[in-house]
Design a protein around this ligand. Structure first.
Ligand code: URA
Length: 200
């Protein structure tokens, strides 16, 4: 069993916070162990809780379409969430739930080591940009410790608010170029970074 699989098994058994009592299945996340891009959503919803897989409901269908629009498939990327169990009635995650689940996401990031981390929605964004407002920072990549973080609105927000749809689609369209730039960061020696990279 790989370390990621062992971690997923640990998540499936987790009882660190009360959300485990209401879950049908935990949703550890999925994707290739060497994915270059990791998408981090908020929390499982109804369908994710039923299936134990991330982004398989309406927001997931939109995410698949967004990925297709840049020539990518979900099988190429790692998809995780800030919390791994569904909150009752899909309410916002509580700070203590996010804290209880934090080590799991930290470990997933350590194991996959993606070059680009796309945060979906404000809870996911808050890990990298604690004080930021998503309306201010969406679509603006920032390099933190050799990894490029790229905040986007949550796809579900765009489904509820049609005015966000185009913004989400446009932010998504920058990902291939960001990935090229992130690859340069990974391959270039640290002193060169500032000179070579204009985007961040
Ligand atoms: N929304 C999320 O944030 N995550 C999922 O897995 C599904 C919907």
């Amino acid at each position: 069993m790989s370390e990621l699989e062992a971690l997923a098994a640990e998540i499936n058994r987790c009882t660190r916070c009360p959300l485990h009592r209401g879950r049908t299945r935990a949703v550890p996340g999925e994707g290739p162990p060497n994915a270059q891009v990791m998408f981090i959503g908020e929390a499982p919803g109804f369908h994710e809780d039923q299936q134990g897989r991330p982004f398989v409901g309406a927001a997931g269908k939109f995410l698949d379409e967004l990925l297709a629009s840049i020539g990518m498939k979900r099988e190429e990327v790692f998809i995780a969430n800030v919390i791994k169990c569904r909150p009752p009635g899909n309410r916002d995650p509580l700070p203590e739930e996010i804290e209880a689940c934090r080590p799991f996401l930290d470990r997933q990031l350590e194991l996959v080591r993606p070059r680009l981390v796309v945060t979906l929605g404000r809870f996911s964004m808050a890990r990298a940009f604690p004080k930021a407002r998503i309306s201010d920072v969406h679509g603006q990549p920032r390099k933190i410790g050799g990894v490029v973080y790229y905040p986007m609105y949550h796809p579900a927000a765009a489904l509820h608010q049609p005015s966000l749809r185009r913004i989400v689609e446009e932010d998504m369209r920058r990902i291939p170029e960001l990935l090229r730039q992130a690859a340069q960061i990974a391959e270039s020696p640290p002193p060169m970074e500032a000179e070579q990279l204009s985007l961040f």
